[in-house]
Design a protein around this ligand. Sequence first.
Ligand code: GDP
Ligand code: MG
Length: 201
Amino acid sequence: MPEPSSDYHVVVFGAGGVGKSSLVLRFVRGTFREAYVPTVEDTYRQVISCDKSVCTLQITDTTGSHQFPAMQRLAISRGHAFLLVYAVTSRQSLEELRPIYEVIAQIKGDVSAVPMMLVANKCDETAREVAAGEGETQARAWRCAFTETSAKMDYNVSEAFQELLTLEKRRHMSLQVDGKKGTKDSRRSLKEHVRRRCLLM
Ligand code: GDP
Ligand code: MG
């Protein structure tokens, strides 16, 4: 189990090219780029509401499923919650998540206590190899949540992060720092708040 700390660590895993960085950048900055820029390992910080106070959400965007084993194990040990991302255009990318899931299960022990979500990205694409039902079946087998997203179209992205946080039963966390419902307006005020906080960090 990770050290108890006020930071909450979310780790994003998945094969190269499935859209991990795009999901994180869409969520954190609201941007999208068509070009593929391979990631080494990046961490983003965002202030969120946590147990009636605020804490820092740390999102680690990994290099992919073939991350160096030592880095992968370290990210898993530190991680409180995980997004396992594949692209609906690649069956192979879903298959590549299995060994990662197995290492998470091995390191964490009881996976039912670990917030985890299987994320089917690029759902805007018409050239599908994986139907939504297949993703759901896999998620049930792994006892984790499931969602389809499009970083490109900004579909279900902040919802995926929000749902992941609600799966954490040891803390009460929300992306809304002011405790209001997730309206567009409060999301905007949150982003402004975060931007201001980031300048201070
Ligand atoms: P990563 O290797 O998993 O971090 O993947 P990237 O985020 O770098 O994205 C890889 C490629 O897929 C880039 O060219 C992105 O523009 C594209 N991409 C990412 N998300 C989506 C999406 O939701 N839909 C579509 N159509 N393309 C996407
Ligand atoms: Mg990347």
